[in-house]
Design a protein around this ligand. Structure first.
Ligand code: ADP
Ligand code: MG
Length: 160
């Protein structure tokens, strides 16, 4: 997992006007992701993080959109695709580094996985160490602004 601090970044911006459009953006973003990667998803409650994951999971052929639900209580959901396994994690209810350790995220990391972490920015380690950050901002009742920032290393993998 690359520390992106000083490396050049590639940014993609999208604007959507419905949950379905956000799911479609998720499918597009899936094409830019390659395993292994750790992706932090930021945005307020109800911004559309889980909705976006529906599209990403579908794009990776790991799940149908209706099968993707919020891991708010279960904390970690796994979806298996033909080439990558997706782990969808929600840290909303996790408050301390000690609790974070009990999730065993480090044990998940291997060459064919993509981790999508909602509320990952709560922890210094994920602020420092991620391959991409996706920020979703509510700009109206149904309008959302979605900004994806990839580190240089992700871009290299994503473009080959
Ligand atoms: P989060 O995981 O960020 O808390 P969810 O994806 O669970 O958010 O919820 C987003 C809510 O906002 C859903 O009810 C969805 O239908 C609604 N919504 C309305 N417009 C949009 C949009 N453009 N993109 C994503 N979700 C939207
Ligand atoms: Mg969510």
């Amino acid at each position: 997992m690359a520390a992106g601090k000083t490396s050049p970044k590639m940014t993609r911006e999208y604007r959507t006007a419905s949950a379905d459009e956000t799911i479609e953006v998720g499918r597009q973003i899936a094409k830019l992701l390659a395993a292994p990667s750790l992706v932090v998803l930021t945005g307020d409650l109800g911004a559309g993080k889980t909705t976006l994951v529906k599209g990403i999971a579908q794009g990776l052929q790991a799940a149908e959109e209706e099968d993707v639900t919020s891991p708010t209580f279960t904390l970690v959901h796994e979806y298996r695709g033909p080439s990558v396994n997706l782990f969808h994690i929600d840290l909303y209810r996790i408050d301390t580094p000690r609790e974070l350790l009990t999730l065993g995220i480090d044990d998940l990391i291997d060459s064919h996985i993509i981790l999508l972490i909602e509320w990952g920015e709560k922890f210094e380690r994920f602020r420092r160490e991620h391959d991409a950050e996706i920020a979703i901002r509510r700009v109206g009742e149904d309008e959302r602004e979605i900004t994806v920032v990839f580190t240089a290393e992700t871009r290299r993998r994503g473009e080959t």
